[in-house]
Each structure stands twice: as structure tokens, then as C-alpha cells.
Design a binder for this molecule. Structure first.
Ligand code: ACO
Length: 429
């Protein structure tokens, strides 16, 4: 179930407002020297604009009524305590954090009409990475055919997407990147204990992505706030499987590889930091609470949003976007999925002041202020452009398979011949 939400930045060839991309729509590496770190006298202001967005969620939907068949819970309890009605779950083994992330990333790139090989950096924020290593971001980079991109995962739990936006902004403002693809990708259903009613009803799977581009157009991501309080690390954790408690028969049989949470403590923390972080980021951006057009909060629990953003900050309901009833808590994916749906619903227009705010395990919290400066218009998906894209994806898959095959063949030869007859260090004889 892939979504580009049928809306796209209007991309004129070299428009005055433009598409938000610096120097038109290409991330030409030669143009980077014009950033703040460029040659003396060549300074021109740079801005970090979101120019593409997309998401993907698995087909399979599990409703609260379905959950009633699995654990001792009731639709009424879940709805009234969390606001959640259903969630998407990665039922097929081929649906992984990377595969969902690849589809979301493609959608964001297509929305911006940017070729994957223009991307300089891929940051995947995830709480359910494919492996401890390699990074899920590297697998996504390969799947997208983003052959010129660096890639890394960012671990800040549900705050991760906003943390990653902050990193993307930093890279762009420093002149180190023209395009950064920021992805939040999750398959939390794989690390949830489906016998624990206190957690399994809360989470869902999915991925959301945005393409952040260097731009001459003022606005974009204007301020960020990042926070952490590790004294609460034990309140929300997957205790086993890392270096502190390596996986063993005992850790698996005791369920140490599943999410463990003190829900009440996390609830209390979340309601406090969501309001505080929003206030702080607005202060940094020089905005008053009444100047905010839309808040997109982390979609964990409607009561957390009500008790923080709505009650404490007195931001009216129509200025807060909520879609958690359909997806549950998709951790790092929740804000980008909500962004896509807000755009599709016509809730965002150029000139709007947005706030993204999240919290999560760590404990962590993060907020960013965005002056939306990119036009939003219906995409023109031509037959030719779609064919080109499909060819790009197929070429990426073929290139990846070819590299793997070459490595396999290469590994058949003895080390001596691989190194042109030179003995490996430490080898006798
Ligand atoms: N169905 C029915 N009853 C339940 C369920 C369930 N699924 N879960 C718990 N209960 C019961 C409890 O056993 C308890 O029963 P008792 O009174 O007989 O002991 C009762 O409901 C109340 O439980 P509480 O935990 O006090 O319920 P609360 O109102 O606090 O809601 C919840 C629990 C929804 C988990 C809430 O605390 C919460 O949302 N916390 C924040 C969680 C969160 O957002 N985590 C994600 C962080 S993001 C990240 O980094 C992944």
C-alpha cells in the first residue's frame, strides 16, 4: 500500500519560488562550493527544504476486534485509553523495515522528481532495524540504487525521525549535501510480545520518508530541539539481544527480546516533554504559539497529545494532526506518515508554520519548526517518466545482484591469487 498522496511540489524549470531545490532540480556536486563553507565571497544563504514525501504501510490490517481474539483486551479499552482503532502489520516475511523504507523512499524521490543517484545521504531512523549491523539505511541505499549516498541508522526510538531531520538540516546548511533522504521505518510487530496486552495493542508497522534539499528559498527546517534523559532508559526497552545482554536460550525463553515498557511512567514523561519541546522550538524559531498553523505530533496515544499540545499549550484541535486511529504507534514512521496524510488532506500550504514533535525510549524527545515554502500541486506522472523510474529500479537491482555474484566468484579463488600472489599478513612461508 504505497502512497504519494497524489500531491507534489510544482517543479518549474527555474521558477522564482522554485521547487525548493537549490539551482533548479539537480543536486550537482560541483555546485556545493557555493554553501557557507564555499570560497570567500561566494556565500549565499542555504535553507533545508522538504521537497518530497511518501510512505508505505503493509497491506495487513489488525483491528482492535482482531486483538480481542489474541489477548485479553477490548476494543473499548484500547479506543478510550489510546485512540487506536487499527494498525498495519508486516505479515509477509518479505516485508521488513528496509523493504518498507525502500518503498517510502522511492515515493519521496518520485514526488520530488529526483533520481536516486542525486542523493548524498540516507538517514534511516528506526527502532526495529533489520540487524544490529549492517545498517538498515545501507540496505535501503542499495535497494534504491542511491549509488552516491552515504547511509547510516539513527537510534533515538520514536524521536528518531525528528533527530534525523535535524541531522539532515545540519549537513545541508554546512554545505556537505544537496539532498538528504530521511526515512523512518518500522516493523515493531516483530519485536512486540503478542501475549502482552499492555504493549501489543499499541504498535503498528510502516515507513515514511522525506527528501530534504538544499535551497535558496528562505524557510524550510528553521529550528530544532533535541533532548535525552538516559536515567529513564529502563522505562522503555528491548533488554536482550545487544551487547549488555547477548541473545541466548535464556533471553529468548524469558522474552528478553521483546519490548518492555512502564506505560504510566512513559505517559507522564511524554505529556511533559511534548509541551516543553514545542515551546522551546517555537522560541528558537522566533514564533509564538498562536502563529503555529499545524502541529504534527508523534502518534503514540491521543491522550498524550490532548494532555500536552492541546491542553498545556492551548493549541486548538484543528491545528493538530492526528491519524493514530488508523496506524497505532509506528515509532519513527509516525510523523512522516502523518505529514503525507496532512498534505493529502489539504492541511498544509506554502507559508504555513509547522511543528513536528516526538518522544520515545532513551528517554528522548525532539521537535522541529518548519516554514513550509514548497508549492503543493497535483503531480504530472507521465508514461515516459514512470517507465524511466521503473528502469532505474531494475538497473539498481541488477547492479546489486551483479556485485554480489562477482564477490561470490572472487571468494572462490585462494587468497594468494586474490592478492596477486602477495601473502596475507601473518601468513607463514
Ligand atoms: N486491554 C485491557 N486492559 C488493559 C490493557 C489492554 N490492552 N492494557 C492494560 N490494561 C489494564 C491494566 O492491566 C490495568 O488493570 P488493573 O487496573 O486491573 O491493574 C488497567 O488496564 C489500567 O492500566 P494502566 O496501565 O494504568 O492504563 P493507562 O491508562 O496508563 O494506559 C497505556 C496504558 C495506554 C500504555 C498508557 O500508559 C500509555 O499510552 N503510555 C505511553 C506509552 C507510549 O506512548 N509508549 C511508546 C513510546 S514511543 C517509543 O519509543 C517506542
Amino acid at each position: 500500500m504505497s502512497e504519494q498522496q497524489g500531491q507534489q511540489p510544482n517543479i518549474p524549470a527555474n521558477g522564482a519560488l522554485g521547487n525548493g531545490h537549490r539551482n533548479g532540480s539537480n543536486g550537482n556536486r560541483e555546485q556545493r562550493s557555493s554553501g557557507p563553507n564555499g570560497p570567500a565571497g561566494a556565500f549565499s544563504p542555504r535553507f533545508a527544504q522538504i521537497v518530497g514525501w511518501g510512505y508505505h504501510v503493509p497491506e495487513k490490517v489488525i483491528t482492535n476486534f482482531d486483538l480481542e481474539q489474541i489477548v485479553d483486551t477490548q476494543d473499548e479499552w484500547i479506543r478510550s485509553r489510546t485512540g487506536i482503532e487499527e494498525r498495519h502489520v508486516a505479515a509477509a516475511p518479505s516485508e521488513t523495515s528496509a523493504s518498507l523504507g525502500i518503498l517510502a523512499g522511492r515515493a519521496a524521490l518520485e514526488m520530488a522528481d529526483v533520481n536516486p543517484n542525486k542523493v548524498d545521504l540516507i538517514i534511516c531512523a528506526t527502532s526495529s532495524p533489520e540487524h544490529i549491523f549492517p545498517s538498515t539505511a545501507s540496505i535501503i541505499q542499495d535497494g534504491l540504487g542511491a549509488s552516491n549516498a552515504g547511509a547510516f541508522d539513527l537510534s533515538a526510538a520514536c524521536s528518531g525521525f525528528v533527530y534525523a531531520l535535524s541531522m539532515a538540516r545540519g549537513h545541508i546548511l554546512a554545505g556537505d549535501a544537496e539532498y538528504v533522504l530521511v526515512i523512518g521505518a518500522e516493523t515493531l510487530s516483530r519485536i512486540v510480545d503478542w501475549t502482552d496486552r499492555a504493549t501489543c495493542v499499541l504498535f503498528g508497522d510502516g515507513a515514511g520518508a522525506v527528501l530534504v534539499a538544499a535551497s535558496d528559498v528562505p524557510g524550510g527546517i528553521t529550528a530544532t530541539v533535541l533532548g535525552s534523559d538516559g536515567s529513564g532508559a529502563d522505562l522503555l526497552t528491548v533488554p536482550a539481544g545487544g551487547s549488555a545482554m547477548p541473545a541466548s536460550l535464556e533471553t529468548v525463553s524469558s522474552g528478553g527480546h521483546y519490548i518492555k515498557m512502564d506505560g504510566t511512567a512513559v505517559f507522564r514523561f511524554a505529556t511533559r516533554v511534548m509541551a516543553e519541546a514545542t515551546r522551546q522550538v517555537l522560541g528558537k524559531a522566533g514564533l509564538g504559539v498562536d502563529e503555529v498553523d499545524l502541529v504534527i505530533p508523534h502518534q503514540a496515544n491521543v491522550r498524550i497529545i490532548q494532555n500536552s499540545v492541546l491542553k498545556q499549550l492551548k493549541i486548538p484541535e484543528e491545528k493538530v494532526f492526528i491519524n493514530l486511529q488508523k496506524y497505532g504507534n509506528t515509532s519513527t514512521a509516525s510523523i512522516p506518515i502523518a505529514l503525507c496524510e496532512a498534505i493529502a488532506a489539504g492541511r498544509i500550504k506554502p507559508g504555513d508554520n509547522l511543528v513536528f514533535v516526538g518522544f520515545g525510549a532513551g528517554l528522548t524527545w525532539a521537535a522541529c519548526a518548519i516554514k513550509w515554502s514548497v508549492p503543493i500541486a497535483k503531480p504530472e506522472a507521465t508514461w515516459w517518466r514512470n517507465t524511466q523510474r521503473q528502469a532505474t529500479y531494475q538497473a539498481a537491482a541488477a547492479r546489486s545482484m551483479w556485485k554480489r555474484a562477482i564477490r561470490r566468484v572472487y571468494s572462490q579463488f585462494p587468497a594468494e591469487s586474490r592478492w596477486g600472489g602477495r601473502k596475507e599478513e601473518g601468513e607463514a612461508g
